[in-house]
Design a protein around this ligand. Structure first.
Ligand SMILES: NC(=O)c1ccc[n+]([C@@H]2O[C@H](COP(=O)([O-])OP(=O)(O)OC[C@H]3O[C@@H](n4cnc5c(N)ncnc54)[C@H](OP(=O)(O)O)[C@@H]3O)[C@@H](O)[C@H]2O)c1
Length: 342
């Protein structure tokens, strides 16, 4: 964040800092919630009041400082950050004005003051709640269209299918012509949610192993595309059940994000060779060109009632650290956001 201006109003706001780097999952004592004075924006800056911030499993890896991540680790003593949406309260830059709704990376704080160029104005009227701007649909779209090269008629399997990215991947796969969509999730309630409100054709609880047996039952004719949010046993099972020339989009590693247990990976790759499978890792930032196209499609699907925007809202910044842990323990469905203001 840019250096704050010296002039301050009497406005104060909460922010969350990491104060210790845990060896495993963090405990509440690893975070500090501080109330700080909020400076006025200096020339070229804006002051933004955050409305919602995103909670993401990858934040746990940034806390742990896992090497090789496509994002930097959080530093001890520094305010954490992540995607957020807020409203400009005061602007000292002509590009943004008070009342503008902006997307940015200064989450984990009630107020953000920084250079105007670090905030992106979004359409106030796009969605019924601004939190929808924090959704994971674009990740799902890029994974399906670019990494998995989804084709009409494909049978698609999605893991963590009741989560933020997974529920979007399943719904979008169907809208893009998949003939059968199968999801795995971590409780009977979530399984019912998948085949009920979210319209999956079949779903199973990943605790009811062996996963390969559950997957074969759900996909008797095999699967053509696997959208992998998890790794580990689910990835091994998918490789076993994939049809020849199947495609796997490697999106996430939830199997290891929920703790320090190493993911024992796909193991024997003979099946990958024999079936000519493609396993492709991707990040959303590889395909910036997809954003406008997805935005248009998503809005149309929402307006037609063809897609469900599924989210869980946690109230208050002080509850965010605990909610981050709850997120990887499977406490929520859909996209999990923290409401910081109204
Ligand atoms: N490649 C990219 O550009 C990109 C972008 C965004 C996110 N990601 C990654 O994609 C993955 C999904 O992200 P998300 O935000 O959509 O998270 P999410 O699926 O909403 O994550 C929460 C869910 O993870 C599931 N989970 C936790 N541990 C698990 C385990 N061992 N096995 C199976 N499920 C487990 C739980 O669901 P159940 O209750 O069903 O077990 C929980 O509800 C993450 O790994 C994330 O880091 C990648």
């Amino acid at each position: 964040m840019d250096a704050p201006s010296k002039s301050t109003t009497s406005r104060t706001g909460l922010q969350v800092r990491l104060v210790a780097r845990p060896a495993d999952l963090p405990a509440p004592g690893d975070f500090e919630i501080a109330e700080v004075a909020v400076p006025d924006p200096a020339v070229g800056q804006v002051l933004v009041r955050n409305l919602f911030m995103s909670l993401e499993p990858a934040m746990l890896m940034s806390i742990a400082g896992v090497p090789g991540l496509p994002m930097p680790r959080y530093e001890i003593g520094e305010v954490m950050y992540g995607a957020a949406i807020g409203e400009v309260v005061a602007s000292a830059d002509p590009s943004l004005g008070a009342g503008d709704l902006v997307l940015h990376r200064f989450g984990w704080r009630e107020y953000a003051v920084a250079r105007a160029g670090l905030f992106r104005r979004v359409d106030r009227d796009a969605y019924s709640t601004p939190s929808t701007h924090l959704g994971s649909g674009l990740v799902a779209y890029v994974g399906l269209m670019d990494a998995a090269e989804l084709r009409p008629g494909d049978t698609v399997f999605v893991s963590s299918a009741a989560g933020a990215t997974g529920n979007m991947a399943g719904q979008i796969a169907r809208l893009k012509g998949a003939s059968r969509v199968i999801g795995s999730a971590g409780s009977p309630g979530k399984v019912a949610h998948l085949t009920g409100r979210l319209g999956f054709d079949a779903a199973f609880d990943h605790h009811d192993g062996p996963i390969v047996d559950r997957l074969r039952e759900a996909a008797p004719d095999g699967i053509d595309v696997y959208f992998d949010n998890v790794g580990g046993e689910q990835l091994r099972a998918a490789i076993e059940v994939m049809n020849p020339h199947g495609r796997i989009a490697l999106c996430g590693a939830l199997d290891r994000q929920g703790g320090s247990r190493p993911d024992d990976g796909p193991g024997d790759l003979l099946g990958v060779i024999g079936k000519r499978l493609t396993l492709r890792g991707f990040t959303m930032s590889d395909h910036p060109d997809r954003a406008p196209e997805f935005d248009t499609q998503f809005r149309t699907w929402l307006s037609e009632g063809a897609i469900v925007h599924d989210e869980t809202v946690i109230d208050g910044l002080a509850n965010a650290p605990q909610a981050l842990l709850g997120l990887v323990k499977g406490a929520y469905t859909g996209k999990t956001v923290v409401r910081l203001g109204t």
